[in-house]
Design a protein around this ligand. Structure first.
Ligand SMILES: [Zn+2]
Length: 361
């Protein structure tokens, strides 16, 4: 048995059901616990085939109409982006905005953290998930990684930096024009803090990194392992925190800014495949976040042991989830279960997701 505990519990619910001609029928509900944080995911035998009822199918005509109607006056499009978006002081980014290939980085006009930058492709006013090609993502993520390094140097008190994305309205995007956000500062978000603390506790207890161990154990189990490239391991997480969640772990990279060019390229390639798959199954909106470990001092008590083995307690991890499909009157997928009870309803099992994606990686 490995060091990581994959816990799940099934419960049976029975009643006289109109779905069975008012005969007594049973359904099975399964709860899974995330092996690191204890976060829960719930699945139901009766709902397993009803994802579309909850998430819908994308109405692409409606999406294209919104893209057309929002094109004029868009602040991120080429005619406006250089006059309508803010600039950094030269000591942060010489010239005020960072360019990398087709990607452009500038400050968020209404920041929610000391470091809060926007990364966009001015020439791309709208993109379907399948249009995030590997080279396009590589430029966007590469720009975000380069900016993260500059931000760390410019703001020495920085403790955390993530690269995040809300794509399309159901995922929380306020603009149609695709963009990512680089988000960081001193105030560490609660889920990030929890992941850091649980990771450090694992190192203290076992003397090895949770994340390296997770990659090794999942590779050995096989059923949730998707693929591996350039020290970047793709998995379907055991207890997902969103629909059709896929995760990449780069066990040797301590922070977002420490990612090398090959790792960024590997993340871009894998992410591109996951996003194309979302579109294939009728989805369109998504979130992803690229998490790093603590910046500066601060890795906590287990750091020394893990570093002795060459790994940070909490390395760079990318998590991507699909959201409600974009269509008129789409329904939120964030209700009491997620928002107030801190659990998640899952349809496609992690094992099925990995089996589907593995072939293409
Ligand atoms: Zn635009």
């Amino acid at each position: 048995m490995g060091l990581i505990r994959f816990e799940r519990k099934a419960e049976t619910v029975g009643f006289f059901s109109p779905l069975a001609g008012m005969e007594y029928a049973e359904q099975t509900i399964e709860t899974r616990w995330d092996p690191l944080t204890g976060a829960t995911s719930t699945s139901s035998s009766e709902l397993a085939t009803k994802e579309e009822m909850f998430y819908g199918k994308t109405d692409w005509e409606h999406a294209e109409e919104l893209a057309r109607s929002s094109r004029d006056g868009c602040f991120f499009c080429p005619e406006k982006v250089l006059e309508a978006t803010p600039k950094y002081p030269d000591e942060v980014v010489a010239g005020g905005r960072l360019r990398r290939g087709r990607a452009l980085v500038f400050p968020n006009l209404f920041p929610l953290a000391a470091i809060h930058a926007v990364v966009t492709y001015p020439e791309k006013h709208s993109l379907r998930p399948s249009e995030f090609a590997p080279d396009l993502l590589e430029e966007g993520l590469g720009a975000a990684v380069e900016f993260a390094g500059r931000a760390e140097r410019a703001y020495p008190a920085t403790r955390h930096i993530e690269v995040c994305c809300n794509h399309m309205l159901p995922a929380g995007a306020s603009m149609v024009h695709p963009h990512f956000q680089v988000f960081g500062g001193e105030g560490v978000p609660a889920l990030v803090q929890k992941a850091w603390e649980c990771s450090a506790a694992f190192t203290r207890e076992h003397g090895v990194s949770y994340w390296r161990t997770l990659c090794e154990e999942e590779k050995a189990h096989g059923e949730r392992f998707i693929g591996e490239q350039a020290d970047c391991v793709w998995l379907a997480p055991y207890a997902p925190i969103g629909n059709r969640e896929v995760m990449a772990v780069v066990p040797g990279a301590a922070t977002v800014s420490a990612l090398g060019a090959e790792q960024v390229a590997a993340l871009a390639r894998g992410l591109s495949q996951v996003l194309a798959w979302y579109e294939e199954v009728g989805l369109s909106a998504f979130n992803f976040t690229l998490y790093g470990g603590p910046i500066g001092d601060a890795a906590g008590g287990g750091a020394a042991a893990a570093r002795a083995a060459g790994d940070p307690d909490h390395p760079v991890v990318l998590r991507v989830i699909a959201r409600s499909a974009f269509k008129p009157d789409y329904r939120t997928d964030d209700y009491f279960l997620e928002k107030q009870l801190g659990s998640e309803l899952i349809f496609e099992t992690p094992e099925a997701i990995a089996a589907t994606l593995r072939a293409g990686f």
